[in-house]
Design a protein around this ligand. Structure first.
Ligand code: ADP
Ligand code: ZN
Length: 745
């Protein structure tokens, strides 16, 4: 009898728009199932592919055989697969790349192992950690005496039922000979078990009880809970001012979902994944929580992934990639700080986790809660149109007032810290309270300018100026890390006199120390938080009161709850307004409102000083005046007039390469082809460019951009798809497609 040949469809994690078919040798028939990875010959290489399906009819001739199967359990479920397919088609990425992004990197360590034929799969490989456990053995009596220490150990093992080797060693020191002897006598048995590294291991947390909700919180929670009871997709915008108790609603809504036997997915910006936030979840729910963020090692991440896959964690908290978490039976998805740009991945698969949360929620029939004190302009618009259900928390908890804000005009004023801010800082420090001073520029001076020829010091690889870092004694490019010793001579004219222009956080820190020599000043920016755990150490010094003033970039604006902070100072409020991006006003408004919101979250009311050159700008005025409604009205009007989201959909094509001429040629050809196809297939898409990107040179590559705008998403997709089928790129030039781009720099 001949067995019918078994053919599978395999996706390869490369940028290829198609999948491939392979034959399965008879001995692998039982293992080569969809959802697992296979080792396949590909050209002259061996690659890891993802088995998507069993193919029914295909040309058998010329098909190659797979070399092995790498997993003994499926890595994704049917509904996850449907989600991955959606992602692939929406972002116009091959399914193999989506699977590679969705699965933890730790899994691939085994792929290399798989090559050599060693054990692999969910339970195998180098990233899985195992430990020895001991339990009572088959015999209870023995004629031979194992010795006094061994008897003591035996008693402990019998009492505990089972105990890990690590714990025994902690108690008895080296006890390998005794354990060996006990095993030989059959009094105990040893067992290898897979263990999971614990991301919480260094934290002890007090148990915490649900708060009694205030009226607005109660209304919001009831609406979310009743949608959970209905078991259908419901998207919400939880719009609550800073300190209004949004997190408390997340906690109680999740608790409702757990009571129904469902699970919960919580997405937060990377920077917010501090012990402060995860601790609140742990204090409320105890165990069963998995954490996914970039601070974990590949092995730790993979451990968390396996705990989720096996249903051992019912709450998953993570940064953007957690939207792909292998969580089943999802009842609720929360996206905290939904306005954050960090939900968008900026390379490879350019997905936006905030948007995908809504897609996954729809597929899982879950409630999706987008929470923010400063929602996206597009979210406010969706809420107005009824596509998101608006839940508002217009007041802070316990009727704490919003901080009072003074807007200080700085035109003609050369000081970094204005007199009113200086006076308030002194008063705050003297009364034993804490302050935050915000400046969205790191380094000492923004750049150095030659006193003779007037040329600024620029990066040789990027079209940006270098930032002077005094402590490191270097001028550094914030994009490619190029650095030169500073002070140095002017590369243009050789003059030795370089002037420092524009203050950064390093200089601000120095100024504050001069103003208040006794104050304990901390600085938080990406220069001081590069070490593992350094971010948390700085934050904990604010919460335990061993610091008086925290200076920093946007990092200090995000979600932190420091009840002791009564004063916030903003230096140079318009720093983010000058960026050539239609979202500059929105981002400035959000950033300022968030920083202002750090003041007065405790019992004492807060005060804020905002220093600005352009005090008439609507983003700055609205943030200072707590007039969010006014800001959104004006911004939506501008977007409608200029034809930007939410009134249109965007896609960006970036063309980059080392040779400026090839890049320019390719950009021109690409635009021409797009115009031709647009006329042929009759789609309504507006083409802008090709134009040099605002940073026209980055890490040695020249960059051009074509922006596509359309009133209908489908038109954009059709145009790009047909273009992709027909386009030919010069081999030294890279063309990437970004759907719903956030970064137009
Ligand atoms: P948000 O997430 O909106 O900034 P939080 O949820 O962090 O606000 O709440 C701010 C503070 O108020 C937290 O310390 C929280 O424990 C507390 N809180 C929240 N809800 C209540 C409530 N109903 N009663 C008392 N305190 C509350
Ligand atoms: Zn550079």
């Amino acid at each position: 009898m001949t067995i019918p040949p078994h053919i599978i469809e395999v996706a390869i994690p490369l940028h290829l728009d198609r999948t491939f078919h392979y034959l399965v040798p008879e001995m692998l028939l039982a293992q080569a199932l969809p959802g697992r990875r296979a080792l396949v010959p590909f050209g002259r290489r061996k690659l890891t592919g993802y088995i998507l399906a069993i193919a029914a009819d295909s040309q058998i001739e010329k098909l190659k055989e797979i070399l092995g199967v790498l997993d003994d359990e499926p890595l994704w479920t049917g509904s996850e697969y449907a989600f991955f397919r959606w992602v692939a088609s929406y972002y116009l990425n091959p399914i193999g790349e989506v699977l590679k992004t969705a699965l933890p990197t730790g899994i691939n360590v085994q792929t290399r192992k798989g090559d050599s034929g060693e054990e692999s799969g969910l339970t195998g490989g180098r990233s899985v950690r195992r430990e020895k456990f001991y339990l009572p053995g088959p015999s209870t009596e023995t004629s031979r005496q194992p010795g006094a220490k061994a008897l003591e150990i035996l008693e402990v093992i019998r009492e505990s039922g089972d105990i890990s080797a690590a714990i025994l060693r902690k108690r008895f020191g080296n006890c390998t000979p005794q354990l060996k002897r006990l095993c030989e006598l059959g009094l105990i048995a040893a067992e290898e078990r897979e263990i999971y590294r614990d991301p919480f291991k260094n934290h002890t947390v007090k148990r915490d009880e649900p708060r009694i909700l205030h009226t607005h919180q109660k209304m919001a929670l009831e609406t979310i809970s009743s949608s959970l009871d209905l078991n259908k997709f419901m998207p919400f915008l939880l719009y609550g001012v800073t300190g209004s108790g949004k997190t408390e609603i997340y906690l109680q809504a999740i608790s409702h979902a757990l009571d129904q036997g469902k699970s919960a997915l919580v997405l937060v910006p990377e920077i917010a994944l501090t012990p402060q936030l995860t601790g609140r979840f742990q204090a409320r729910f105890g165990g069963g929580i998995a954490i996914l963020h970039s601070g974990l090692s590949d092995g730790e991440r993979y451990d968390e992934w396996r705990r989720i896959r096996r249903g051992l964690a019912r709450i998953v908290i993570g940064a953007r990639s957690a939207v792909f978490a292998p969580l089943e039976n999802i009842g609720i998805i929360i996206v905290d700080e939904e306005h954050e740009a960090s939900f968008k991945q900026s390379d490879g698969l350019r997905y936006n986790a905030r948007d995908l949360a809504l897609v996954r929620g729809r597929m899982e029939r879950a409630a999706v809660v987008l929470g923010s004190a400063t929602p996206l302009v597009t979210s406010i618009h969706s809420a107005g149109e009824g596509r998101l259900t608006l839940l508002e928390l217009p007041e802070r908890v316990e009727q704490r007032p919003m901080p009072s804000v003074d807007l200080i005009p700085m035109k003609g004023n050369k000081e970094t810290i204005s007199t009113p801010l200086g006076v308030l800082l002194t008063q705050t420090f003297e009364s034993g309270q804490q302050a935050i001073v915000f400046l969205n520029r790191r380094g000492f001076a923004t750049f150095l300018v030659c006193g003779d020829c007037g040329k600024p010091l620029t990066c040789p690889n990027c079209s940006v100026t270098l930032t002077y870092h005094r402590q490191r004694g270097q001028s550094i490019c914030h994009y490619c890390d190029y650095s030169v010793p500073a002070p140095c001579i002017c590369p243009t004219c050789g003059a030795t006199e370089l002037k420092e222009l524009g203050a950064g956080t390093e200089k601000l820190e120095q100024n504050l120390k001069l103003l208040l020599p006794q104050a304990r000043v901390l600085r938080m920016d990406s220069d001081t938080t590069s070490g593992r755990g350094s971010h948390e150490r700085l934050l904990s010094r604010m919460s335990d009161g061993t610091a008086d003033i925290l200076v920093g970039t946007q990092m200090i604006a995000k979600g932190h709850d420091f009840p002791g902070v009564t004063l916030v100072g903003v230096i140079n409020a318009e720093a983010s307004l000058g960026i050539p991006d239609f979202r500059a006003a929105e981002r400035t408004f959000q950033l300022l409102s968030q920083v202002i919101g750090r003041a007065g979250r405790g019992e004492k009311p807060g005060r804020v000083v905002v220093q600005a050159y352009d005090t008439e700008n609507y983003a700055i005025r609205s943030a200072a005046g707590h007039d969010a409604a006014g800001f959104y009205r004006q911004e939506l009007e501008f977007r409608r007039e200029a034809g930007y989201p939410p009134f249109t959909f965007l896609a960006a094509l970036s063309i980059s390469g080392i040779s400026e001429q090839s890049v320019s040629e390719q950009a021109g050809q690409t635009a021409k082809l797009l115009v031709r196809i647009k006329q042929e297939i009759k789609v309504r898409v507006e083409l802008l460019g090709p134009a040099p990107s605002p940073i026209y040179r980055l890490r040695g590559r020249f960059r051009r951009q074509i922006l596509l705008k359309a009133a209908a998403r489908a038109d954009l997709h059709r145009l790009i798809l047909s273009w992709r089928q027909r386009s030919r790129t010069i081999s030294t030039v890279r063309v990437t497609v970004d759907i719903d781009p956030l970064d137009l720099m």
